[in-house]
Each structure stands twice: as C-alpha cells, then as structure tokens.
Write a protein that binds this ligand. Structure first.
Ligand SMILES: C[S@@+](CC[C@H](N)C(=O)[O-])C[C@H]1O[C@@H](n2cnc3c(N)ncnc32)[C@H](O)[C@@H]1O
Length: 206
C-alpha cells in the first residue's frame, strides 16, 4: 500500500477535490471565519486559499504528511500564520477552549474514531466557538444507502480508510455537540455513493 497510499492516492485526491464544485463549497463554508481556527485533517491543503484574511491563526492536524511541497507552497501564499502538526484528531495537543472555529471538510469519513475526535473538538472550542463541517456520508435515499453499505469495504481500501456510510449528524450528536444548522444535498460532480453531503454548524452544548 506504500506507493499507492503515499504517492498515487494523495495526487488523485488532490486532483479530484480541487474541482470547481468543491472549490465553491469550500469558499461558501469558510468565508465568514475569524480569529483562531483549527482544521482537522488538512490533507493537501486544499482549504488554504479559501480562508479569509480575518483569521489570526490557522492550526491544523493530520497524521499523514501528504504532498508536503504542495502544502508548503499553498501555506506560504497566505497572510496568516499556519502551524500543522502530524497528530490525530482523536487526541488534540491544544488547551481547552482555545479556538473560535474548528473546521472539518471530507475528513470525518476517514478518522478511525470520529466520535472521540469530536469530543476533542468540543473540548478545544471556546464557549461561543463553532464547529463547521462539510462532509460526505450516508445517503437519505435507502436504495443508495444499501449500496454504500455493500461497497464500503472496497471504498475503505481504495479511499485509504474512507467510509461511504457514516451518519455525520449522529456522530456529531453522539460527541455531545449541539447541531445548529444542517444542510443535506447531493454533489453534482460526484457519483451518488460518495456525494451525499452534510454541511452545517455545531456548538458546545453549554
Ligand atoms: C479525504 S482527505 C480530506 C482532506 C482535506 N480535509 C480536504 O478537504 O481536502 C481525509 C484526510 O483525513 C486525514 N485523517 C485520517 N485520519 C485522521 C485522524 N485520525 N485525524 C485527523 N485527520 C485524519 C487523512 O490523512 C486525510 O488527509
């Protein structure tokens, strides 16, 4: 899996996820952010050009170090300071109540224990902080969901740990975050199995 997971998959992922519909969704999610921001699973840094200048710090975690030269190039073009740490979201190296926003895009599908990761998000959010998510997951259409279940083991292999069938809203609730907005839609440029989207905002319960 070394050649595939370290070289082929990240390039393929970067190419697919830099598409026009992905870019529009990223801008739409991130344009209102400000202050101290944490991104879970920064990947190849595709969100970087979409952060507004109103953010004061971007911290990011990802256990993998995907296409480091491209990530560095994308980072140096931004006006805000960026610190990336190669650790998992399930154990965040930050103090309680540190962030105004935590962002996750197309990452909760892959994190091995997403509930544990979101409990960490709940811990590191400031009292009025917000968790912003843009994720694919289990379809509302039962016929599609059945195929997502069937093909999940294959997706796990070709998508390097990606799951097609996670109920993102349930995972957020299970972690004790309060769902404030949830938009469900189908991406037009992605096959239906992988394009059932969950976009929204959650907060600490207190
Ligand atoms: C499909 S990629 C999405 C990358 C990026 N968020 C984007 O929108 O382009 C999923 C990312 O989740 C990362 N990941 C996997 N396990 C993780 C974990 N335990 N904690 C944080 N990130 C993780 C992967 O390394 C990968 O970069």
């Amino acid at each position: 899996m070394g050649l595939y997971s370290h070289h082929i998959f990240p390039r393929l992922m970067d190419w697919v996820m830099a598409g026009e519909e992905f870019r529009r969704l990223r801008t739409d999610l991130l344009s209102g952010l400000h202050g101290e921001v944490l991104e879970l699973g920064i990947g190849t840094g595709l969100n970087l050009p979409h952060y507004p200048k109103t953010i004061t710090w971007l911290h990011a975690v990802d256990p993998a170090n995907l296409l480091p030269k491209i990530v560095t190039e994308r980072s140096t073009r931004q006006s805000f300071p960026i610190r990336i740490q190669h650790v998992t979201a399930e154990s965040l190296p930050y103090d309680d109540r540190s962030f105004d926003f935590v962002v996750s895009t197309w990452t909760l599908c892959t994190i091995p224990d997403p509930v544990k990761a979101l409990r960490e998000v709940r811990r590191v959010l400031k009292p009025n902080g917000r968790f912003l998510f843009l994720e694919h997951g289990r379809s509302e259409n039962e016929k599609i969901a059945v195929w997502q279940d069937r093909l999940n083991p294959v997706q796990n292999i070709i998508g390097c740990g990606c799951n097609l069938n996670r109920k993102i809203d349930h995972i957020i609730a299970q972690a004790g975050l309060k769902l404030m907005t949830l938009d469900r839609f189908q991406m037009q440029s992605v096959p239906r199995l992988g394009g059932a989207m969950y976009k929204g905002t959650a907060s600490r319960p207190d």
